[in-house]
Design a protein around this ligand. Sequence first.
Ligand code: ADP
Ligand code: MG
Length: 326
Amino acid sequence: MEFELIEILQQRIAVTRADVRLGIGDDAAILAPPPGHELVVTTDTLVAGVHFPDATHARDLGWKALAVNLSDLAAMGATPAWALLALTLPDADRTFVEHFADGFGELAAQHRVALVGGDTTRGPLSVTVVVHGFVQPGRALRRDGSRVGDQVFVTGSLGDAAAALRCLDRRDPQAASVFNAPTDTREALLARLQRPTPRIAAGAALRDVATACIDVSDGLLADLGHIAARSGVGIEVDAVDLPASSALLAVFDADQRLALQAAGGDDYELAFTAPAARASDVLRDLASLGSGATRIGRVVDGHGVRLLDPDGSELVLHRRGWNHFA
Ligand code: ADP
Ligand code: MG
């Protein structure tokens, strides 16, 4: 049975690459990184009921398991190449694995990622993916390069995934506003949660210009906090400048929106810093790649991340939204 499932994965995640000397089927894979490059490696696990709702469709799960890993490579500015997949399944459900493989395979094909091995075991549903990418020596994007005077940017828009999570949580009183929204608005929000877009092209474009970069998985302010800590700087974010999708604008008022944009996770956009003199290059280059980017703040002396109102006063999150600090 296990062999049959592996065959389904192999057939439906069908990217082939010349640098895979030996793929699925032996005790281990043999891979040939391009000469003179550094290998960038990362892994992420998704556990049912913890990282995704139990009712998540297998196709979306397959996509997301690869997407969250590719997002980490994007944040490093790396070009993806190979993946390993450790799949733990409650039972040998052929249909589940077919759908899972289709979702995983669709994204793998987009980025030419070859599935080169993995493990298949029985147990509570959980998915671990390892991805490998390449970067020229010393050119990977890191969290520790922000300098005072840099500006802060984010790709795409923020808050949609957190809004969709609300929509799925029927106990959340604010979910009603999502339920009452037009179908295409609801679908647009859900797609951001279930099928996040790893910003691979944006990450590659940023290799020449960003001083630090991270993907937004825990929430913008929390993730910028990692850049601030690693770089030994402070970061100020202008609340009014946070980018919102038209779907988010249609459903939430300004206060609810800000909570979702600043603290909601799962967007998998890239948050990064770059020298002020390069700001127009950044905005132009990322606009041409489709993801777009928005300037949202600046790097300052000090530590931590502060969210600011237009009048310069600090906003802090309370149980019912954002209030002035004082
Ligand atoms: P072993 O017992 O030697 O580890 P396995 O039976 O676990 O071998 O796996 C056989 C082959 O199938 C190996 O090449 C392994 O990498 C691959 N494989 C197993 N599970 C998966 C999976 N979920 N996705 C991709 N490849 C897998
Ligand atoms: Mg094994």
